[in-house]
Design a protein around this ligand. Structure first.
Ligand SMILES: [Zn+2]
Ligand SMILES: [Zn+2]
Length: 382
């Protein structure tokens, strides 16, 4: 099969590799029809993780089931499915408690949580390929309705970024009628904006500095805040009568940098503390890592930040962190898409065959104007 293979920092190639196959009776084999390039792929692409050369990227996958193991009895051959990026067993303590993001059995002992094609997230190959092995298929596969192919650019957002944006807003504690500031107008930040609006936020602000991303935020009904034109904290204060937003969402991650390009992993966290009101809540879904060999200083290299804990504590704020437990949300978000309430594909700028992945990675990694989200289609000829 063809697959997008990591070859070292800023190098991927589309290569012929051994076919994915069912290896256990609980597996399903999926022919991938839509698979996204994600911002978290870029951390690995840039060589900022210990992702191994030769591995396949891709954790946001939709496709058709073409084979199931003997122990799979719910998912059927011919089903179109969405695979949550979390690989989860379904019956460990964390899975039973709806924390599939911290499954205790899908990674090596001592590490909770697993994902397809992801650094430190277990042995699972990614879906930027013609075929994908889905383990514990009855638990992990979400069967899509009859419009799965027509709306696959919407449904493909169910693997990660739509639930992740939703999770950021949920962790912030947003109530209908409250205000929220979202830092980061990338795919996840814009999904957080869509989520907050869908949940009934009175005012949603999205902070970024890229015109194309801010336009998307505006299109979905958020107020764009350009942090290259002045302090985002002051702009949020102007929007909230000087009180700060009720809630905040962190959708940037450890490679945060100021408009001049200086990297500082505490920048966004501290801006959130400053721009959220006393006793407000913050949801942090941007990726932070325990080790970052490419970090700009010693603290960052060891995953530490200059977090303003004093202000955070003084203001009595709360913060939720970590990856999204996709299964907690995906069936409900699927119904919002099915019923036409949301169209998360509004952020998609490029639908491309798999062969064009190396070029797409280059453009997306450079945050080039107009490259807001790339969907690859391994079933389409290059
Ligand atoms: Zn992702
Ligand atoms: Zn589990």
């Amino acid at each position: 099969m063809k697959a997008v293979v990591y070859r070292g920092p800023r190098q991927v190639s589309v290569d012929e590799v051994p076919d994915a196959r069912t290896e256990k009776p609980t597996d399903a084999l999926v022919r991938v029809t839509a698979t996204n390039i994600c911002g978290s792929d870029l951390h690995m692409y840039e060589g900022r993780t210990d992702f191994e050369e030769g591995r396949i990227f891709g954790h946001e996958n939709v496709g058709e089931v073409i084979e199931v193991g003997d122990a799979v009895d719910k998912v059927k051959v011919g089903d179109m499915i969405s695979a949550p990026f979390n690989v989860a067993c379904g019956h460990c303590r964390n899975c039973e408690e709806q924390r599939t993001n911290y499954c205790l059995r899908a990674n090596k002992p001592g590490i909770a949580g697993a994902a397809y094609g992801f650094a430190d997230m277990g042995p699972w190959q990614g879906g930027q390929a013609e075929l994908l092995r889905v383990p514990w298929a009855d638990f992990n596969a979400l069967v899509l309705p009859e419009d799965a192919r027509d709306k696959q650019d919407d449904y493909v957002m169910l693997s990660d970024i739509f639930p992740t944006g939703w999770h950021a807003v949920k962790m912030s504690g947003l109530l209908p009628g409250e205000t929220i500031v979202i830092y980061g107008g990338g795919p996840v930040g814009n999904m957080a904006a869509l989520s907050a609006i869908t949940m009934g936020a009175a005012k949603v602000m999205v902070v970024d500095r890229h015109a194309d991303r801010l336009r998307l935020a505006q299109q979905v009904g958020a107020i764009p805040i350009d942090d290259s034109r002045g302090s985002p904290v002051e702009q949020v204060m102007e929007q909230t009568n000087g009180l700060g937003a009720d809630r905040g969402a962190e959708c940037v991650g450890y490679q945060a940098h100021d408009p001049q390009g200086h990297e500082d992993n505490s920048l966004i966290l501290n801006e959130l503390v400053q721009s959220v009101r006393f006793t407000g809540g913050i949801g942090t879904v941007g990726v932070y890592v325990p080790q970052d060999s490419g970090g700009p200083d010693d603290l960052a290299k060891h995953g530490k930040t200059r977090f303003d804990f004093g202000d955070f504590w003084f203001k009595g704020q709360a913060m939720g962190t970590g990856q999204c437990p996709v299964k907690r949300y995906n069936r409900y978000l699927r119904s919002l898409i099915r019923e036409g309430k949301v169209t998360p594909s509004w952020i998609v700028s490029h639908d491309l065959p798999l062969d064009q992945a190396p070029d797409a990675y280059k453009h997306f990694d450079a945050r080039e104007e107009g490259w807001t989200k790339v969907v690859l289609h391994p079933d389409q000829a290059g």
